[in-house]
Write a protein of this length. Structure first.
Length: 320
């Protein structure tokens, strides 16, 4: 197990993960030591479920493809009806199919329903092993800058891997992939929110349908592991959503723009390669503030100060 004062790098990560993979009993012992309890890992639960389903996995494909078919139906219903929101005079079933909460639930259920067996495989990618080893170190020594060599990844790339511990799950491949999959599902839903605010409900659902289908059916080993892109993608999508929300809602509230600045300010501490995308969104945010000032005489200096200042505040919080 990583020790306090020992810095975790790629070599240490591979040693830990390879050692655990070579001895399942030792891996289980290591997971229990890190988690502090004897709960089974997400990977173990996925493997047990896969055994119960059997070969060929008819139940898995029936449920998964059934969810995907229901998602397609719910996605095209608003366009076919020509009414993007529930209408009192419309059929009850059609109104039910246009509910946003139902669409969001189907997106999450479809992606999870077709991706959960991918929690079961072991070592697939050395970067994933490095991330898990860093999370193991943070579990015993939570000061990132003292004990972690994240290369181009920052603390926000590794701290989320500790979230399964809050629910009693041990750290491991399954838990890491669950965190990454949750970030991808949230990113897809945020993108749906962005398109919905720019256009309408029907266009938004159809626009994200190819992305959701890809995420659900992408089972190759390069799309399975927890990667250093999943959290930055979530943060950039969240920042874009907050920017579009602040632009479209109008009014005098600056809260969405301040939150957008806070999110964009965290990007350098997730992945350095995401900074150029964040800067582009920030430039768009400055443009939105200038556009509102030209249209309605909105307070320009104070809005710019709050938007830019919130980004530096976020950086300061992370550094603390």
């Amino acid at each position: 197990m990583p020790r306090r004062g020992h810095k975790v790098g790629m070599g240490t990560a591979m040693t830990l993960i390879s050692f655990a993979a070579a001895s399942p009993a030792r891996a289980s012992e290591l997971a229990r030591a890190i988690s502090g309890d004897g709960w089974p890992s997400i990977r173990q639960l996925a493997r047990q479920a896969a055994v119960r389903i059997g070969d060929p996995p008819a139940v898995y494909w029936t449920v998964g493809l059934g969810l995907l078919a229901a998602l397609v139906l719910v996605s095209v219903t608003p366009l076919l009806r020509g009414k993007p929101v529930p209408s009192p005079e419309g059929p009850r079933l059609a109104n039910w199919a246009t509910q946003r909460l139902l669409f969001a639930a189907l997106v999450a259920a479809t992606i999870f329903g077709l991706r959960w067996p991918l929690f079961a495989p072991g070592l697939l990618n050395s970067d994933e092993s490095h991330s898990i080893a860093c999370a193991m170190k943070l579990a015993v020594d939570p000061v990132f800058w003292r004990g972690i060599d994240g290369t181009t990844g920052g603390p926000l790339l590794y701290y989320p891997l500790l979230l399964p511990k809050l629910f009693g799950w041990p750290l491991g491949y399954g838990a890491a992939r669950a965190v990454g999959l949750a970030a991808l599902i949230a990113s897809a839903l945020l993108l749906y929110g962005v398109v919905r605010r720019l256009f309408d409900e029907g266009i938004a659902r159809v626009a994200v349908l190819p992305l959701v289908t890809f995420l659900a059916l992408a089972t190759g080993k390069h799309f399975t592991p927890y990667s250093s892109e999943q959290i930055p993608v979530f943060l950039t999508t969240l920042g874009l959503y907050l920017l579009v929300r602040g632009w479209r809602q109008g009014g005098d509230s600056a809260v969405p723009l301040i939150l957008c600045g806070l999110v964009l300010g965290t990007l350098p501490f997730a992945k350095l390669q995401s900074v150029p995308i964040g800067l582009f969104i920030a430039v768009c945010g400055v443009g939105v503030i200038g556009w509102r000032w030209l249209r309605s005489g909105d307070r320009l200096a104070s809005r710019l100060a709050m938007f830019v200042g919130s980004g530096f505040v976020a950086s300061g919080i992370v550094l603390l």
